[in-house]
Design a protein around this ligand. Structure first.
Ligand code: GRF
Length: 186
């Protein structure tokens, strides 16, 4: 989850695991530091948290924290993921982006800036994309895209809220696809 630590995608994934719509469980929540809002929520809800601060041996420390995970879901992670993680979990790392990639993606295109750019471009629709993570920003095979309209009078904030509602559905759908593919391919 990102530095602001809102964690709404995490909460949506955890809720889908809880209500059985996802046959999965959240094994660990990796946060850059412990003092972010959703960490308290994790503890109250019985989710294990690992604080992994960027710095020396960051990649290896992340790999250690993620040990035993089958799938890693990034949400609001703004750095390039260290190579060690991608090597340890090939085709096992997903990211969500709040726009219809390949449009409005790439370095520096995150958070409210994405929605500002969508509005400035006069787009009639926006949405979100869940994709596999590669060593480059916002590239990698797309698993799920969900769309929503851009409405007259939208501000970046109103558009962000509409897109976020789609993100919560899209992440669960993408995880379901990966789980299903894992079960059918052997
Ligand atoms: C989401 O909008 C996601 O698309 C972006 O960062 C935001 C994270 O939100 N990559 P949350 O912490 O899951 O609420």
């Amino acid at each position: 989850m990102g530095p602001k630590g809102r964690g709404s995608n995490l909460k949506a994934i955890a809720a889908a695991c809880e209500d059985g719509s996802l046959d999965a469980r959240v094994r660990v929540v990796v946060a850059p530091k412990e003092e972010i809002p959703v960490v308290d929520w994790c503890r109250e809800n019985g989710l294990r948290v690992a604080g992994v601060e960027p710095g020396e041996n960051y990649g290896l420390r992340l790999v250690n924290a993620l040990e035993g995970c089958d799938l890693i879901c990034l949400a609001g992670y703004l750095r390039l993921l260290p190579d060690e993680v991608l090597q340890a979990f090939p085709r096992r790392v997903l990211n969500i982006h709040p726009a219809l990639l390949p449009k409005f993606g790439g370095k520096g295109m995150y958070g409210i800036k994405v929605h500002e750019a969508v509005l400035a471009a006069g787009e009639a629709e926006s949405g979100c994309t869940v994709h596999y993570v590669t060593p480059h920003y916002d590239e990698g095979e797309v698993l799920v895209q969900r769309r929503c309209p851009v409405l007259p009078g939208d501000t970046p904030e109103t558009l962000a809220a509409r897109v976020l509602a789609e993100e919560h559905r899209a992440y669960a759908e993408a995880i379901r696809m990966v789980i299903h593919a894992g079960r059918t391919s052997t």
